[in-house]
Design a protein around this ligand. Structure first.
Ligand code: URA
Length: 424
């Protein structure tokens, strides 16, 4: 094969054959297809799309670019969750120990944040001593004993996706449903889980701003998983407003611990339980996660999981050196709180990174102190901004300008349902 023929075929709207896809992904992973050639192919795919057969072949080729993990030694049903990313989306933190406490094993291989959506590993690393890197043996052992692991994916898990994702990021080719689906599913299938629940976000703070696009992404991923023998379902969930109060790293850990202790914001609890119910069902278990959460067993599992990876569950979480509060300049009811500007502000304050090699600040972030539907009076705090780099306050405050809309008291606020659809 020659890369240029494959590029031309896709450019002219032809369907690529499985062997062409296998060859191009393999050769690209081995640095034998040049970055500029892969860039051209990615743009042709973005513009012309891919058939179901092409997406399946692309996904399989990415899985085969690395090692497929074998979790068959784990004596519990394995089930994982993946979120397409949102603002304040800390759900994995309470969810993994909750589902483990229900009797399943959750092999949660996570990433770090890039752009305005946070990464689970960045959040967990706010916990003193906690270690993201486990060997495959350590991971399987922990899964067998506790049923709960949150750790970094190893370098040999779908390495083609790692290279491709970095290239898509700088060539304007991230926003392709076939490529997002193949990217996510190649990693989750290679991880070796038997079942998977996808949390596909829709709204201003999500990759997919429109419900029909989110549904198409969800259907594409469910089909890919099912084809590979992974029992897969998807929830379409609202990401027009941040999840919970905390958007950042350490403050999201604190909020997750509140949920595990039986408290926490209602939306975080609702989504955690909804996802847990799906996971428990796919794992073939018959307990109600709401009861397990109330019993305190999920908290016990969280503490054991943190300790097993060197973390101290009782260590105080880092606090910011500087805080700034934004107050309401009118009274009324919060009609809208837009997720995207809140995510951007938290990112700018240091919770996220602009480049992969940057470090995040554990203590940076934004607390959303008034959520849609809530009544506020003049002078009431709306946001609390946290950072160790106070020169970032002006830009973060500018992000938040207009993020919240206050309507006259008594206005009925339409709030979209948190779980909008289930796709199986
Ligand atoms: N997350 C991924 O892992 N890949 C994508 O392409 C988009 C989001």
């Amino acid at each position: 094969f020659a890369a240029v023929d494959i590029i031309r075929a896709k450019r002219d709207g032809q369907e690529l054959r499985t062997e062409q896809i296998q060859w191009v992904i393999d050769a690209y992973t081995r640095h034998e297809v040049a970055e500029e050639q892969m860039s051209a192919l990615l743009m042709a795919i973005l513009l012309n799309g891919m058939s179901g057969a092409e997406i399946a072949a692309w996904t399989t080729a990415m899985i085969e670019s690395g090692r497929r993990m074998d979790l068959s030694a784990v004596p519990r049903p394995t089930v994982d969750k993946h979120s397409t990313g949102g603002v304040g989306d800390k759900i994995s933190l309470p969810l993994v120990p909750l589902v483990a406490a229900c009797g399943a094993a959750v092999p949660q291989l996570s990433g770090r944040g890039l752009g305005h959506t946070g990464g689970t590993l960045d959040k967990m690393e706010s916990i003193a001593g906690w270690r993201a890197t486990l060997s495959p043996q350590e991971m399987t052992d922990q899964l067998s004993t506790l049923g709960a692991v949150i750790c970094a994916a190893s370098e040999d898990l779908a390495p083609a996706d790692r290279k491709l994702y970095a290239l898509r990021d700088v060539t304007g080719t991230v926003e392709s449903i076939p490529m997002i689906a193949a990217s996510i599913m190649s990693k989750k299938i290679a991880e070796g889980t038997s079942a998977l629940v996808l949390d596909v976000k829709v709204g201003t703070g999500a990759f997919m701003k429109r419900a029909d696009h989110a549904a198409e992404l969800a259907r594409t991923m469910v089909e890919l998983g099912t084809r590979e023998g992974v029992r897969t379902s998807a929830l379409l969930t609202d990401m027009s407003t941040p999840l919970g109060v905390a958007v950042g790293n350490a403050i999201e850990v604190a909020e997750s611990v509140e949920v595990l202790a039986g408290g926490g914001p209602a939306d975080v609890v609702e989504l955690t339980v909804a996802l847990a119910r799906q996971m428990v069902e796919l794992a073939g278990l018959s307990v109600d996660p709401a009861d397990v959460l109330a019993s305190g067993q999920a908290m016990d599992c969280w503490r054991a999981m943190v300790s097993a990876q060197g973390g101290d569950p009782d260590a105080p979480l880092p606090t910011p050196r500087f805080r700034e509060v934004v107050v309401a300049d009118e009274a009324g009811v919060v009609a809208e709180l837009d997720a995207l500007p809140v995510g951007l502000a938290a990112w700018r304050l240091g919770a996220g990174r602009a480049r992969k090699e940057h470090a995040v600040q554990a203590a940076a972030g934004v607390l959303c102190l008034a959520k849609p539907g809530q009544t506020v009076r003049i002078g009431q705090p709306l946001f609390e901004l946290h950072t160790n780099t106070p020169d970032k306050f002006p830009a973060a405050l500018a992000d938040l300008d207009g993020a919240i809309r206050i309507a006259p008291a008594g206005t009925t606020v339409h709030r979209p349902a948190l779980v909008q659809d289930v796709i199986t």
